[in-house]
Design a protein around this ligand. Structure first.
Ligand code: FAD
Ligand code: PYC
Length: 416
């Protein structure tokens, strides 16, 4: 397997980019694996990588019904941050953010991670009160975060309408400066290449159609390419989690909804940070290509559609032009959607299940891109030990029976 080196880059550039080798193998499906992972998004691929890298388990298949990274991993807006409200969430997402900070080196892949910071806007005095407590809670975890005055925000985001007569008056906000954005496809490709190099089979166009359970334990899966025997199956299928878990007889408290995003025509650099305004459900960043990347809230009805409704598009764009009047002159170039998996407390579920050998990674909702490294690492540990990794012990499925919910509705605020 070829790695990216200056020499190879030059060699392929001079030979017209015609002979790039495949980054991962296209293996034949085997009839038996030690672990089968359903879903070739970031979480499935990262789990496979950590199984091989950290635990030496390489007889692993990642089965993807479409193409890898074709689900939410290739459809998100790549915001990566750890400014969550509850300590267990901040701890988990901070671990993930640290993994993002070294991912380029760890996987020898340029994921184009720009840590330009995220600013959350307050549009009322009450928002500011909450933000002050929120920042204190984050700082107590040793994570970078600071309250910003309205003037400080005006300086950092000059195109924001901070006038007192604005429809959404700005009272201030808070900043996490280590937050950032990266190239989402690169994260999927980096994990795929590294996992494949360690022996993991990544099989695309392979839909799982059934899960075999005998006496409460996993015995295999059925796929459109044939049956596989295995004792361990992990589901990492985002918005399709309830459907896949039902194949094993497991019921999940997950609602699938469409979340959309859109980009404008490219313009010169004018927007340095990710800026999020939870009160009006809208966030923006500027891509390296110059496009403004815009997103908002999920559609309010459950759906497996990957397009998003026009009322949601209209709501987010009307908020954008109120907050940034200059952007009303930009043309919208593209819009798309993904099916997100939302748990009642807006927190993830990384867990064993009542079926022995069946594990789930779901509930990532509108915020699981940032969680890919930590999600993969902790799910791999959970699969190997049949016990949750300490970082995800609070995020087990049984929390819904125990009533130990971790309500991150506010921290996931812009989109849930
Ligand atoms: P996915 O990437 O969706 O992968 C699941 C895979 O499972 C899919 O490829 C699918 O084809 C496959 N699959 C499904 N059923 C089967 C089957 N039966 N057999 C085989 N394969 C199957 N998160 C952030 O942190 N920051 C953001 O800025 C952000 N913005 C977002 C914006 C949008 C518009 C959307 C839609 C999401 C956003 N998210 C964001 C959320 C984030 O994208 C997801 O939480 C994350 O990508 C989930 O990764 P995953 O690997 O679990 O799922
Ligand atoms: O999780 O930070 C996030 C996010 C921002 C936009 C969508 N999700």
């Amino acid at each position: 397997m070829e790695t990216y080196s200056a020499f190879n880059l030059l060699r392929h550039a001079l030979s017209g980019h015609r002979n790039w080798p495949a980054s991962w193998r296209s293996p034949q499906l085997k009839s038996r694996y030690d672990v089968v992972i359903i879903g070739g998004g970031g979480h499935g691929l990262a789990t496979a990588y950590y199984l091989a890298k950290e635990h030496g388990i390489t007889n692993v298949a990642v089965l993807e019904k479409g193409w890898i990274g074709g689900g939410n991993t290739g459809r998100n807006t790549a915001v990566t941050r750890s400014n969550y409200f509850y300590p267990e969430s901040t701890r988990f997402y901070e671990h993930s953010l640290k993994r993002y900070e070294t991912m380029g080196r760890d996987l020898n892949y340029n994921i184009m991670f720009s840590q330009n910071g995220i600013i959350s806007l307050a549009t009322s005095r009450h928002d500011m009160e909450i933000y002050r407590r929120w920042v204190t809670s984050i700082q107590l975890q040793g994570v970078d975060c600071e309250v910003l005055s309205r003037d400080a925000i005006a300086e950092k985001v000059p195109l924001l309408n901070v006038s007192a007569s604005a429809r959404y008056p700005i009272y201030g906000g808070f900043l996490q400066s280590r937050a950032g954005i990266s190239r989402h496809d690169a994260v999927a490709w980096a994990y795929a290449r590294a996992a494949s190099a360690l022996g993991v089979d990544i099989v695309q166009n392979c839909e799982v159609t059934g899960i075999q359970v005998s006496d409460g334990s996993i015995t295999g899966v059925q796929t459109c390419l044939g049956d596989i025997r295995t004792d361990k199956v992990a589901s990492a299928v985002a918005g399709h989690s309830s459907l896949v878990a039902a194949m094993a007889g497991v019921s999940l408290p997950i609602v699938s909804q469409c979340l959309q995003a859109m980009v404008t025509e490219p313009v010169k650099p004018c927007f340095d940070h990710v800026v999020i305004c939870p009160a009006v459900h809208c966030y923006l960043s500027q891509s390296d290509r110059g496009e403004l990347v815009i997103g908002g809230g999920a559609d309010t009805h459950p759906s497996y559609g990957q397009r998003g409704s026009l009322p949601s598009t209209e709501a987010v764009l009307s908020a954008v032009v109120e907050l940034y009047p200059a952007f009303s002159r930009l043309k919208l170039m593209r819009q798309w959607g993904g099916t997100v998996d939302i748990a009642p407390d807006s927190s993830p579920i990384v867990s064993t299940t009542p079926v022995t050998g069946f594990y789930i990674s779901t509930g990532w909702g509108t915020g699981g891109y940032k969680a890919i490294p930590a999600g993969g690492e902790t799910l791999a540990h959970t699969i190997v030990h049949d016990q949750p990794h300490p970082l995800v012990e609070p995020f087990s499925l049984d929390r819904f029976a125990r009533g130990r919910l971790i309500d991150e509705g506010a921290a996931a605020g812009v989109a849930h």
